[in-house]
Design a protein around this ligand. Sequence first.
Ligand code: ATP
Length: 239
Amino acid sequence: MALLEVDGLSVNYGHIEAIRDITFSVEVGTITTLIGANGAGKTTTLKTISGLRSVRKGRIVFDGKDITNTKPYERVKLGLTQSPEGRRCFPGMTVRENLDMGALLRTDRRTGGVKEDMDRVFGLFPRLLERVDQYAGTMSGGEQQMLAIGRALMARPKLVLLDEPSMGLAPKLIRQIFSIIDEIKEQGTTVLLVEQNANQALKRSDVAHVLETGEIVRSGTGPELAVDPAVKAAYLGGD
Ligand code: ATP
C-alpha cells in the first residue's frame, strides 16, 4: 500500500524550475531513497512534501488524503515529519527540551505515549540520554544530527523524511546512522531518505530514484541501482 503518492510535482523558485513533473510513491514499511548531484532538486522535493514549499503543479497524497495545500503542522499531525538538512536543533534548549518540541503537536501527551517515544529515541541514540540536560548548541555536529532525527521521531510519524542524515559525519558515525535508519524501519516507521552517500544509502533502500536537474531519470530497487553502470559512474565514484 502506498503511504505517500507524489504525482506530477513541479516547484519553482521564481522563474527557475527546481523540480519538474516528479512522480513516485513510497510504500508502507519501506526505505525509499532519492539520490542525485548537488542542485538536482532532492531537498526541494522533501520540503515540498513536508509543506515548506508550495506546489506549482501536481498533487501529494499522504495516507489516502490529498495534502497538497495543507500547512506543515497539519501534515505533522497526520504523521509526516521531516528531519532537516544541517542539524537544525534549538541551540538554547537542552536535549530533552528539543525532543519535547518534536512531540508538541501530539494529543496523547498525558497518556505516556510521549515518554515511551522518548525512551525509544534514547534506545536508538544512547548518546542523547547521556547528554539529556546539555544545551543542543554545545553538542558536536554528529550529536546534533542524532538529535534532529530523534526530534522528528518524537511526533511518532508514519513517514519520516531524512535530508542527508550522514552529512559531515565521520565514517564510523555514518555507519551508525545508517544502521539506525534500518532500525527505524524495523520499528515500523516508513522512511524517505535523501543522501549524497549513495553507496550506503542504496544498499538498504527498497526503492531508489535518481534525480537529475529536477527530474527523475532512473528508478529501481536500491541494489539494482547500486550496480547500474550509469549510476555507478555518476554517483558512486565509478567503483
Ligand atoms: P544538494 O545536494 O546540493 O543539497 P539538492 O538536490 O537538494 O542539492 P535543491 O536544494 O533542491 O537541490 O535545489 C534545486 C535547485 O533549486 C537548485 O538549482 C537550487 O539552486 C535552487 N534553489 C533551491 N532553493 C532555492 C531558493 N530558496 N531560491 C532560489 N533557488 C533555489
